[in-house]
Design a protein around this ligand. Structure first.
Ligand code: NAD
Length: 352
């Protein structure tokens, strides 16, 4: 859709609604494309099915700079929501470049969004770190399949936003040492450890990781080369691909971002014995929280559900992967597809 007077350019993909109305984030980025939106919507179908939620998968993107003047951003988000007011099979949620306030504008505009601020009766999933909390549990279960402990493990995180900052916080409470972190502007590296709380304050004040007062400042791309045990992509898609994945030194990759690795990068890591927790299983915390909010549940229920569902799903996936000698993603895809197809068969719909 294109509205020249507002320079509004956006895409909505509703991928599957066999289990219920789709829930998926609204992404705001200058380089977001329709293809990216489609892939993300399909990933939401699988994620929601894997998490056993009564929701299908959808996704929307607004092609604009999320750092734009806040008044203009509000106007754009409201206009986008208004344009999609009749797409009742899609429920907006927050994603990269959008937050609880954006969800509040959408709720005000069309009455259909989740991830609302606390003051509006929502569970502020980014503020409480719902996805980071789930990712932390996924990593904790994965420890049973790795040859190192969480206490003293070295962590590198790409993207220090809602997902990256909170997973760093939860892991650091278990003795994990954040040794490298990057955002869109720079990478910092400190083998002695980066203070997660201090960096979170800098980011909350509008700063970049490059404003962190200690450590070595490197180019963004250098993040892949850092020595570590756990590598968490929590920013953009296709960050690791066939031309750079060989540089990665981690033993465990936990996908906070959606589709951060290409298929060949995942194959390469698997062949090298690097455990890789796929996005639609490991980062489901946010949407589990959103689904609890949608049905009127509390924050405490949401956190409990995130912990229980992700613990169970990661364990089932890793056991299945071991049993069949396949990639964790392949094992999880089998489980998620089965759930979607069962729902579709009950509706006598076509093939997924
Ligand atoms: P956010 O906007 O809060 O943070 C994104 C971070 O990534 C920022 O620090 C930004 O500077 C950084 N970044 C942007 N482009 C980058 C680049 N090219 N290289 C390095 N860093 C870059 O977003 P978020 O909510 O934390 O989401 C991050 C990722 O996690 C996205 O892929 C999103 O789809 C996925 N995700 C988010 C949630 C959620 O609950 N927020 C849930 C599931 C998946």
């Amino acid at each position: 859709m294109y509205q020249p007077h507002l320079a509004l350019k956006g895409v909505l993909v509703v991928d599957n609604v066999s289990t219920g109305p789709s829930i998926g984030g609204l992404r705001m980025a200058t380089d977001a494309s329709a293809v990216e939106c489609f892939r993300l919507a399909r990933a939401m179908t699988l994620k929601n099915a894997m998490a056993g939620l009564p929701h299908g998968g959808g996704k929307s993107v607004l092609c604009a700079d999320p750092q734009m003047d806040p008044k203009k951003k509000e106007l754009l988000v409201r206009a986008f929501a208004h344009a999609l007011r009749n797409e009742t099979d899609y429920i907006f949620g927050p994603d990269m470049g959008t937050n609880e306030n954006c969800m509040a504008w959408i709720k005000d505009e069309i009455g259909r969004s989740v991830g609302l601020p606390l003051g509006l009766g929502g569970i502020p999933l980014d503020e409480i770190g719902a996805t980071g909390y789930g990712l932390y549990h996924a990593i904790e279960v994965a420890m049973e399949y790795c040859d190192f402990d969480l206490d003293g493990a070295r962590l590198v995180v790409q993207g220090f936003g809602a997902v990256g900052s909170h997973v760093s916080r939860f892991l650091s409470q278990k003795g994990v040492i954040l040794v490298g972190v990057g955002d869109s502007k720079a990478t910092i590296h400190d083998p002695n450890g980066i203070d997660v709380e201090e960096l979170s304050r800098i980011k909350a004040g509008g700063g970049s990781v490059s404003d962190y007062p200690r450590g070595n400042k490197l180019e963004s791309e250098a993040l892949i080369d850092l020595d570590c045990d756990i590598w968490v992509p929590a920013a953009r898609p296709d960050i690791l691909h066939k031309d750079n994945v060989h540089r990665l030194k981690a033993k465990l990759v936990a996908q906070g971002a959606n589709i951060p690795l290409t298929a060949d990068a995942e194959q390469y890591l698997h062949a090298k014995g690097v455990l890789n927790l796929p996005d639609f299983v490991a980062n489901a915390g946010g949407v589990i929280c959103a689904a609890v909010e949608y049905r009127g549940g509390s924050q405490a229920t949401a956190m409990e559900e995130i912990r229980d569902k992700i613990n169970a799903n990661v364990r089932t996936m890793l056991e299945e992967a071991k049993r069949k000698n396949v990639l964790p993603r392949e094992a999880a895809l089998g489980l998620a597809r089965h759930r979607v197809m069962t729902a579709m068969a009950l509706k006598r719909w076509g093939i997924f």
